[in-house]
Ligand binder design. Structure first.
Ligand SMILES: [Zn+2]
Length: 277
């Protein structure tokens, strides 16, 4: 009786082990079926080609290291300002970055094009594909869309760091310059340049002749307080709308002010004050 019981237990054990092995073997066969299916192989190789082409075409992320003398300096470090200064002082470098940004955008555009074509191709055969294979290709294609957009891809990594003399304290602060941020900074640098150039131009228009014409028109007196040189004040010819706020060096935008009124007005201006009488 006991021997029979043992035999039954033994058979059940063998049966369980057999079942487990069968499940494992079936799974492996299934996986192999997916991986060796021509469709799966085709789409995976297409995805790899697209990714490879993109990685080969886009510029490498440059790394810029900046050292500071204290932890506080690292914390205060303004990465964007540093980059703006770097670019505005070095035109060649700025041009290089602009070329990198364009190259990156171009590489990205072709990547997206190829990716969309692949998705279309997949959609046209998707329904006729066996479900397990279909699921695998679906997720492979979904994962291939790994670049959100070129604007958010970095051109450089700017690392500001501080290391104490005995290397006891070390801290750093990293910043990625994306294509989007690069164009924004470029715009700021350029508009600053344009503003500066315009201001220089407007100042150059202020000739002695024009200055004299304005003084004559205003009868050699301050248009605000009426003081003249006879009162011992120095007369200035002033821009009513200041140059840095877009004012021009024209007859209409100029007026005579005494030194006190001119310095007293600071940055404020008033058109009614500029009315001539
Ligand atoms: Zn005055």
């Amino acid at each position: 009786m006991e021997a029979l019981g043992n035999t039954i237990l033994f058979l059940i054990g063998i049966g369980l082990i057999g079942a487990v092995i069968t499940v494992i073997v079936l799974r492996i066969t299934n996986q192999n079926k997916i991986f060796s299916s021509p469709q799966y192989k085709y789409f995976v190789s297409q995805i790899n080609t697209i990714k490879h082409n993109y990685d080969a075409a886009r510029p490498m992320v440059r790394v810029i290291n900046v050292n500071r003398n204290s932890k506080a300096q690292v914390e205060r470090f303004n990465h964007e300002q540093h980059l703006m200064l770097m670019f505005s002082e070095n035109n060649i470098l700025h041009t290089q970055y602009a070329q990198m940004a364009v190259a990156l955008q171009t590489a990205y555009n072709s990547y997206i094009c190829a990716y969309r074509a692949l998705v279309n191709q997949w959609n046209s055969v998707r329904i006729s594909t066996a479900e397990p294979i279909r699921n695998r290709i679906d997720s492979a294609i979904k994962n291939a869309y790994y670049v959100q957009n070129a604007q958010s891809v970095a051109l450089c990594k700017l690392v500001c760091s501080y290391t104490s003399p005995q290397a006891r304290t070390r801290c750093s602060n990293a910043f990625y310059l994306t294509v989007g941020n690069f164009w924004r900074l470029t715009k700021e640098i350029n508009s600053g340049r344009v503003r500066k150039q315009r201001a220089e131009y407007e100042r150059s228009l202020m000739t002695d002749k024009l200055r004299y014409q304005i003084l004559c028109r205003d009868k050699h007196r301050c248009v605000i307080c009426g003081a003249t040189q006879n009162d011992g004040v120095k007369l200035h010819v002033d821009h009513i709308l200041p140059i840095y706020e877009g004012g021009k060096t024209t007859y209409e935008n100029l007026r005579t002010l005494c030194e006190r009124c001119n310095l007293g007005k600071g940055k404020s201006y008033d058109y009614t004050d500029g009315a001539y009488n």
